[in-house]
Design a binder for this molecule. Structure first.
Ligand SMILES: [Zn+2]
Length: 385
């Protein structure tokens, strides 16, 4: 039924509305709204509940999205680890599991490992695979958003051109959305901010550097999904980066670069972001100095991005963000030095309020968005009737 999906969209934004409120907000006639709501109720997407507010004596009815009409699958895939979740239709994660993997093993083994883990998650929650209405996946590399394919990832061996969206669509018979990891982190963080913030810049700092931009409430992807690649803007004469260029922010501020420098100077056992953070928490002078320099370099590219997108909030996420002050002091110093006063007048710079959970939460919201896309709901109601 054409137009029903738009009404469901209103109920996603507000947890419950009366019929009169839906008529007012949609601008549609009462008859049309009633027809469409009846179809949504009949198909199970909307539930009618007694209202707690009494207006003029008679208890009013409110309508709400039925979070249990189906289930969503979500995955936050990192280069050495993945977190998978099962969510209700609002994107609330109800169960999750963690697994170790190595994306450099290539797409075939990694995607089948993820399929098996999703199946395990469904089985342990007694959920029929047929009730899965959407899948959201974050990948640790550039994703062409229109197709869901990985495009020339700098570090993922064998993944160039791999159609991750088609793979999971085949596995679960549901619509799939795939995005780069920094975008799902940005989505996860932005949707829980209270009060809401519409313009958020999220920088993920782990072994690599990623960036997700939320502009006016929506992910800013650009023409092909490559927007916000702050980690690899070259600067002549700088350090050699793992992408082959010189002077990228990653070559100073990426965990791989910091770990390599620490190993060169005698800390032979430092390999991960967690190792760097642990060394800094023991007040190792060299780790602290490298983190401070990393923060300054990050602050420089963040200041450039602030000049372009003017966010109200900058969130530093990822494993290295757990180092907190040594890194964040450098970020703040350079951002305030180098940004226009108008851009930083009310700017806040914080570490992620969701920690390691942000990516999975965002992948679940991505799945909710794709499952409840208005045109998809309209089509589902047509086939339902
Ligand atoms: Zn680079």
């Amino acid at each position: 039924m054409v137009g029903a999906g738009i009404l469901l969209e209103l109920l996603r934004d507000d947890t419950s509305l009366t019929r009169a409120q839906i008529v007012a907000r949609s601008g549609l006639s009462r008859v049309t709204v009633t027809q469409r709501l009846n179809a949504l109720v009949e198909a199970g997407y909307v539930v009618v509940q007694p209202s707690t507010a009494r207006t003029g004596g008679r208890p009013a009815e409110v309508l709400a999205l039925n979070p249990h009409r189906g289930r969503l699958l979500a995955a936050d895939v990192g280069s050495s680890h993945a977190r998978l979740g099962l969510a209700d239709l609002t994107g609330k994660v109800v169960d999750h599991l963690d697994l170790d993997l190595n994306v450099d093993d290539g797409p075939d083994p990694v995607l089948s490992t993820l399929d098996e883990a999703f199946s395990q998650l469904l089985a342990q929650s007694n959920v029929e695979p047929a009730t899965v209405l959407g899948v959201g996946v974050g990948m640790p590399g550039p994703v062409e958003y229109s197709t869901g394919r990985l495009v020339s990832p700098p570090t993922m061996n064998g993944w160039d051109g791999v159609d991750v969206r088609a793979h999971f669509a085949r596995s679960f018979g549901a619509p799939v959305q795939v995005d780069k990891d920094a975008n799902i982190i940005a989505l996860g963080v932005q949707r829980v901010l209270d009060p809401p913030v519409e313009d958020v810049l999220v920088v993920k700092v782990g072994m690599g550097i990623g960036c997700g931009i939320i502009s006016r409430g929506a992910i800013l992807r650009g023409a092909h999904g490559a927007a916000g690649d702050l980690g690899h803007i070259p600067r002549p004469g700088g350090e050699l980066c793992r992408c082959g260029q010189h002077g990228c922010a990653e070559a100073t501020a990426g965990g791989w670069a910091i770990a390599a420098r620490l190993r060169d100077s005698g800390h032979a056992d430092v390999h991960s972001s967690a190792d760097i953070v642990a060394l800094a928490s023991r007040r190792d002078a060299q780790a602290l100095a490298l983190l401070r320099a990393a923060g300054q370099r990050l602050g420089e590219v963040i200041a450039e991005a602030i000049g372009v997108v003017n966010p109200a909030l900058v969130v530093v996420a990822g494993d290295l963000a757990r180092a907190e002050e040594p890194l964040m002091a450098g970020v703040r110093e350079r951002v305030y030095q180098r940004s226009h006063p108008l851009a930083t007048r009310d700017l806040q710079i914080i570490t992620s309020p969701l920690g390691a959970e942000a990516g999975l939460r965002g992948a679940a919201y991505l799945a909710s968005d794709v499952a409840l896309e208005p045109s998809r709901i309209d089509a589902a109601l047509t086939s339902f009737a």
